[in-house]
Design a protein around this ligand. Structure first.
Ligand code: SF4
Length: 462
């Protein structure tokens, strides 16, 4: 039977392994036992030495690499990381899990993109490990781990409220009765057996609940516990000195993630027929009329919404993630593209603040709290300035569509010819940049030619 810690490295068994065998002096030392397991895995590709983790630290980095490669590389080969699904690797894997946790929590931060990749990779590793287990063993281990994670007989849905609040699980994924989550087959049949007239209740249990809900809860709970574990280490880390090996590991993890996210930059800014969907400097000359007008300052009604809702989302996505609408469903945060917030603090916010100052009256003069709302719309919670520690407390607000702008801020919409071909200002911006590049026109001439309504105010300011 596979060890519980192969699925849940935070189990007591996992903690014992770390106590016994986790030695910070040997994080990057060559580990013969690990190399032996990896190179003797039947499916593992051993043609390329760089695929073989030689130390616990190396394994820690490769765990996250596997996740990013698997998600983005269309030529991904499972056999390059086959060892990750070999139960013989459990001890080394548990140690590497705890090393990553320390490296991220102490030197990076629990809300960083590194933390997010780590937690997501842990969820995917669990899913794939479970799939590869023989059916009976899979059922048994899921039940044993769930018994450890959930000790009450009647599990009230509030027990999973952290998972629901963090959107890891939806209440619609669960079967509830009187507020209790129904997972057990006997319990299900007792409660609902007489409600099924034409079908056998145990068959209905397999269809409605089966093993999939249990595995979903188990996976999401371990992901949530991993996040909580990072927070706990973070809180404790102020009282202890970080070991140099952990500092080195955190640098290597951050570097590896940066290299991989650059390699798969299509994920962060898809090219396509309009090649200018890539991340790039802001080109004001390609702003659509509604945005150009807002940058000049809004004096009439709608001032606050124009700056906080329209401009903040437009400028941040135009600068960092113009492919948002092509990659719908992909969860991206500002720090995924701007890890140190250099662009956010030096390019995006200054433009928004300048526009706020151009308003009449200047926005922050009478409504200084709107700075907090701008931070919030970038996804950094309710604070005056964006800080990585608070990222994820609110959601990065997506750009408004033309339809919404016309409805809520009609005074800003002064469409030109290009507006006829698009549905939101971000598409206008990408198309205008693309046309500028394609036709080799100067920035101003593009807008002059497109601006059919001869809005001199816009032209003068571009
Ligand atoms: S049509 Fe859309 S992009 Fe053009 S000015 Fe109106 S709101 Fe802006």
């Amino acid at each position: 039977m596979v060890l519980l810690s192969f699925i849940n490295p935070l189990s007591e068994e996992g903690q014992e392994i770390v106590k016994e065998k986790g030695d910070l002096e040997s994080v990057f030392s060559s580990n013969d036992e690990l190399i032996y397991i990896v190179t003797h895995d039947k499916r593992q590709n051993i043609d390329d030495d760089s695929l073989i983790p030689e130390s616990y630290g190396d394994l820690a980095i490769k765990r996250i690499q596997w996740y990013i490669e698997r998600k983005n590389n269309k030529d991904f080969n499972n056999d390059d990381y086959s060892y990750l699904f070999n139960e013989e690797i459990t001890e080394a894997d548990v140690i590497s899990f705890h090393l990553i946790s320390q490296a991220i929590a102490t030197k990076l931060n629990p809300n960083s993109r590194e933390a997010r990749f780590f937690v997501e990779s842990q969820g995917k590793i669990i899913e794939e490990r479970l799939v590869k287990l023989p059916e009976q063993e899979r059922k048994e281990i899921v039940n044993r781990i769930l018994n450890q994670l959930i000790f009450q007989e009647n599990i009230n849905w509030k027990f999973l409220k952290e998972l629901v609040a963090s959107k890891k699980i939806s209440l619609t994924d669960l079967v509830l009765d009187e507020g209790n989550i129904i997972l057990d087959k006997e319990d299900f049949i007792n409660r609902f057996g007489d409600k099924f007239k034409d079908r056998a209740p145990d068959r209905m249990y397999e269809i409605i609940i089966g093993d999939s809900i249990k595995e979903l809860i188990l996976t999401k709970m371990i992901m949530q516990n991993t996040e909580n574990y990072l927070q706990k280490i973070r809180e404790m880390s102020s009282k202890i000195e970080v070991h140099p090996a952990i500092s080195e590991l955190s640098e290597k993890i951050a570097q590896s993630i940066s290299e991989l996210t650059s390699k798969y930059s299509g994920f962060y800014g898809v090219g396509g027929s309009e090649g200018s969907m890539k991340i790039g400097k802001l080109i004001k000359e390609a702003f659509p009329p509604c945005i150009a007008t807002t940058v000049e300052g809004v004096s009439s009604g709608g001032r606050n919404d124009a700056i906080v809702l329209l401009l903040t989302s437009f400028v941040s996505y135009a600068r960092l993630y113009p492919a948002i609408f092509r990659n719908e469903g992909v969860d991206v945060k500002v720090s995924d593209i701007d890890p140190n917030l250099t662009i956010t603090l030096n390019e995006i916010l200054p433009l928004i603040y300048e526009a706020a100052d151009n308003c009449s009256p200047p926005l922050f003069d009478d409504q200084p709290q709107e700075k907090i709302n701008i931070t919030s719309k970038l996804g950094f919670g309710m604070y005056e300035n964006p800080e990585l520690d608070h990222e994820g407390e609110t959601t990065w607000y997506t750009p408004m569509s033309c339809e919404k702008i016309k409805m809520h801020l009609p005074q800003l919409c002064r469409p030109d010819k290009l507006c006829a071909k698009i549905g939101n200002p971000l598409s206008y911006y990408s198309r205008a940049k693309w046309l500028m590049e394609k036709e080799g026109k100067s920035a101003n001439s593009i807008n002059s030619n497109n601006n059919s309504n001869g809005d001199s105010k816009n032209n003068n300011n571009q």
